[in-house]
Design a protein around this ligand. Structure first.
Ligand code: CTP
Ligand code: CA
Length: 228
C-alpha cells in the first residue's frame, strides 16, 4: 500500500461524505448540473477507509469507478435528496465532509412532460436549494468535525474564510482554480486548507489521493480525539 505511514489512525471513527455533483430536473429528460467528477470526494472516502474509519458516502451522479461495497453508499440526484440522506446519518458521525458540488438553484417546477421546442427563447424559473452544509452546521455536535470545500475565482481567501465561519466548518479546503493541474475531472489538485483556529496549509500540485491524506492529517490535528 502506497499510503502515508499513518496506519489505522481513524479506526473507530464514523465518517460521512457528500460527493459529486447534484442533478436538478427540468423535465423527465433534462437537468441542470455541473462539472464535478466526484474524484476528490471519492479519494477522501478511500483515504478514510484505508486509515480505518467506517465510511458513509452520499453520492450525486458520478461516472468514475467506485467500490461501493466498501462503504455505506447512498446514491442521490437532487440537492434535496442529498440533504435528506446526509441528514439521516449526520448525528452519528464523528466527521462530516461536504465535498459535493451542490447546485445552488433548481427549477421551481419540474415539467411533467418533455418540454417541446417552441419560440426563440425559453425561461426556466429557478429557486434556491437547501444549503446542506449550513443546515447541518447548525446541528453540529460537540467534538464533531465538519469539513467544507470552496472553489473561488476571485478574493479566494476572504471567500473561503467567510464560508468557514458562515457554515460552522472546522476546516475548509480551497481548490485552486488558477493552477495548472488542479480542478474538475483531473487526477491532481492543489489546495489550501484553512482551519478555524487560523492555521493555513498549502499543498503542491499532487494526486488527489495525496491531497486527501493531507486533509485527513489536518482533520486529526483539529480534533480533540486521542488517536494513535
Ligand atoms: N454546500 C452544500 N449545500 C449547498 C451548497 C454548498 O452543502 N446547497 C457546501 C459544499 O459542499 C461546500 C461548501 O458548502 O462544502 C461551499 O460550497 P460553495 O458552492 O463554494 O458555497 P456557496 O455557499 O454555495 O457559495 P457560492 O457558490 O455563492 O460561492
Ligand atoms: Ca455554490
Amino acid at each position: 500500500k502506497r499510503f502515508f505511514e499513518s496506519g489505522q489512525d481513524f479506526k473507530g471513527k464514523k465518517v460521512g461524505l457528500t460527493i459529486g455533483p447534484t442533478q436538478e430536473a427540468i423535465d423527465p429528460v433534462r437537468f441542470i448540473s455541473n462539472h464535478s467528477s466526484g474524484k476528490m470526494g471519492y479519494a477522501l472516502a478511500e483515504a478514510f477507509l484505508e486509515r480505518g474509519a467506517e465510511v458513509w458516502v452520499v453520492s450525486g451522479p458520478i461516472s468514475i469507478p467506485v467500490a461501493k461495497e466498501n462503504f455505506h453508499w447512498v446514491d442521490v440526484h437532487s440537492a434535496q435528496e442529498m440533504y435528506l440522506a446526509a441528514n439521516d446519518i449526520h448525528s452519528k458521525m464523528d466527521v462530516m465532509v461536504f465535498a459535493a458540488a451542490v447546485a445552488d438553484y433548481a427549477p421551481a417546477e419540474v415539467a411533467p412532460e418533455k418540454i417541446k421546442k417552441q419560440g426563440n427563447s425559453l425561461e426556466i424559473h429557478l429557486k434556491k436549494n437547501v444549503d446542506i452544509a449550513q443546515e447541518l452546521g447548525k446541528q453540529k455536535k460537540p467534538n464533531q468535525i465538519h469539513v467544507g470545500f470552496a472553489l473561488e475565482t476571485e478574493n479566494e481567501k476572504e471567500h473561503a474564510v467567510d464560508k468557514l465561519n458562515r457554515k460552522n466548518f472546522d476546516l475548509i479546503v480551497l481548490n485552486s482554480m488558477k493552477e495548472k493541474g488542479a480542478g474538475f475531472r483531473l487526477d491532481t489538485n492543489r489546495v489550501s486548507i484553512f482551519s478555524k483556529s487560523g492555521e493555513v496549509v498549502e499543498s503542491d500540485v499532487a494526486p488527489k489521493k495525496e491531497i486527501a491524506g493531507m486533509i485527513l492529517d489536518q482533520i486529526k490535528k483539529e480534533s480533540s480525539w486521542t488517536l494513535v
